[in-house]
Design a protein around this ligand. Sequence first.
Ligand code: ME8
Length: 514
Amino acid sequence: MKPKFYITTAISYPNGTPHIGHAYEAMATDAIARFMRLDGHDVYFLTGVDEHGLKMVQTAEKQGISVRELADRNTPVFKRMVEALGCTNDDFIRTTEPRHHAASQAIWQKMVDAGDIYPSTYAGWYSVRDEAYYAETETVVGEDGVRRGPQGTPVEWTEEDSYFFRLSKFEQPLLDHYEKNPDFVLPRERLNEVRSFVRSGLQDLSISRTTFDWGVKVPGAESHVMYVWVDALTNYITGVGYPDTGSESFKRWWPADLHVIGKDIVRFHAVYWPAFLMSAGLDLPKRVFAHGFMLNRGEKMSKSVGNVIDPFDLIEHFGRDQVRYFFLREAPFGQDGNYSPEAIGTRINADLANDLGNLAQRSLSMVAKHCNAVVPQPGELRPQDETMLAAADALFGKAREAMKTQSLHTVLAETWSVVADANRYFAGEEPWAVRKTDDARFRTILYVTAEVLRQVGILAQPFTPEAAAKLLDLVGAPKDEREFVHLGSGHRLKPGAPLPNPTAIFPRHVEARP
Ligand code: ME8
């Protein structure tokens, strides 16, 4: 039986349409899911939307519609975005679904049974935009007189009857868990932040609201709805069949292997979520990876600045694979990155159209024209051929090593460095000149180039799935030999295999503005 890998994105608030940050997270998670599948894992990939919370309530009020209508209007757009990006998710969860209410009530009950939930009154600061409670010491009053939380969003004073979760009880267990599992949160800096937050002392957490009724009802206290983060985090277990912990699905997939989230919501995933799970007697996820923010030329996207770019426009303008490649290559995964239409256009032209696309086009056209459109028979290999093939054969080890810490950009950088080697090799060997004097050598150069392209194609599949499939067709890689076990020297291209007519895999992108 294959090893399992359960991976999730955060679930987005559908209080508006999706932005590039949502798209970034979805494509990165999809690339990891595809990588793990190609690397022999049985993968379950969950994404979805977080439809409860005060932010949804307030947005609906502003728009003069019901919260349900707001969710029904935007959720399908998130679903379409995930499809437009080519995501291979197995499920798309909405937190308003009955299965999710049942799961949230069940985990709540477990926490009650453990003695970790008690009624009291909350009085403190709340940020609607972050859907987060902050200690007074975490807030500051700005020059404009507005009090803001640590993420810069306004907070409002909130006082109401509320149930509390005994978060304070989990201070030491959490610290012990971080100590024993130093890769529980990556990148490492994020774990350090979390650790110092926990060390500074955990207050019990207000986990229900009584001033609005949009949410999951608290079992046995119908006037309370759960604090949105209690039910939102629970989506990760709803998605695999909770509360039926005896089900095949739950036993197979839980605990999650990887939660991919943005750096602004680490506290919820690395403090609250493991504490809820410990209280409920459930296993903890193996890892939380916090990616950075995608900034438009260094600035945060905002409607008022007018720099919000619609993911659908980008995909339509540049192409799905191109957008995926750009975002996953441009910024180290885990750090902030910048994008602009110019930067996307430049990268597409340089890496995809020129480096990979041209090499494939030039070499395979020669094969089509001069080698009867079959994989050429190589002659004896020279040292430079061996070196070139060895670089391609070494790729898989490097990629797998990089993926152990979700270093997506490293996988791409290593792969494209072999593409650069192959360009140097091809230019240096001058097959167009050699053809006139030494046909066997000519075929060898083309064979080696095609074999390098095969391995590059296999490794590019998680990132640029359509173009990679096309490249693999063009070099004659059998359809059932495109997984990572087929990388390296054991599955070289078979001389004589027929090849289709070479067509461009990545068109050059001339105009840079969407
Ligand atoms: O936080 N760049 O939802 P959300 C990169 N519902 N990532 C970004 C980003 C940007 N500019 N802006 C947001 C929520 N994100 C909760 C999650 S999970 C149980 C509940 C990321 O719609 C953000 O960090 O505000 C988060 O991981 C995801 O997009 C959804 O953000």
